[in-house]
Design a protein around this ligand. Structure first.
Ligand SMILES: [Zn+2]
Length: 202
């Protein structure tokens, strides 16, 4: 999100799109909710259809995009490459965080059910688990329980980790250390993007 503000390009987040669909109560939204609550991934076809629609909108066509949460499988990456052809992605960023730390972060995360603001057990809202921003109820997401998190991490190993090689082989990958405060991680991401741009110019 903050990266898209920095570069003034649209933030295309599959998570946001799915949560918006879920709120709308459409058939698609209900199906998405079921999958997310159980920690499963939606089928590649559904995800990529949603992404294809978004990438065809005029703001993205004019300014480019930062894609967040997709691709998660090499099949999604292939579909994405075909969607973008003859253009290609400038860069993918792998934010590296040790598994134990991912577990801790996700297990401690608490989210406002109304506006989506993020809190954690170590940084709760000021009053009684009510959102500082909107007064909504702040609680643990159903897909942030330890079981669901473990399932997500297993899925990640099986389906998403192979993407690192896929993009590395195409010279489109930057690895960024994801340990530390969000500001520090953001600065590292921006630095790796600038490095890549400068190399491209030479
Ligand atoms: Zn709120």
């Amino acid at each position: 999100m903050r990266l898209s503000h920095h570069y003034v390009v649209p933030h295309v987040s599959t998570g946001d799109m799915l949560r918006a669909a879920e709120k709308s109560g459409s058939d698609f939204g209900m199906k998405a909710k079921e999958s997310m609550d159980s920690g499963e991934l939606l089928s590649d076809e559904i995800i990529m259809e949603m992404v294809a629609e978004r990438l065809a909108e005029s703001d993205v066509v004019a300014r480019g995009f930062i894609l967040d949460g997709c691709p998660r499988t090499t099949h999604q990456a292939e579909v994405l490459a075909a969607l973008l052809a003859p253009q290609t992605l400038d860069l993918t960023v792998d934010i590296e965080v040790p598994t134990a730390q991912v577990m801790r972060r996700l297990a401690g995360r608490r989210v406002c059910v109304d506006c989506g603001a993020n809190y954690s057990v170590s940084t709760p809202p000021k009053v009684n688990w009510l959102c500082d921003v909107c007064g909504g109820e702040v609680k643990q997401r159903k897909d942030d329980t330890e079981d669901a998190i473990r399932r997500r991490l297993e899925l990640y190993e099986r389906q998403t980790a192979p993407l690192i090689e896929w993009y590395e082989g195409r010279n489109q990958l930057a690895r960024v250390n994801g340990i530390g405060p969000p500001d520090a991680v953001l600065r590292r991401i921006i630095r790796s993007i600038e490095d890549r741009r400068n190399r491209g110019r030479r």
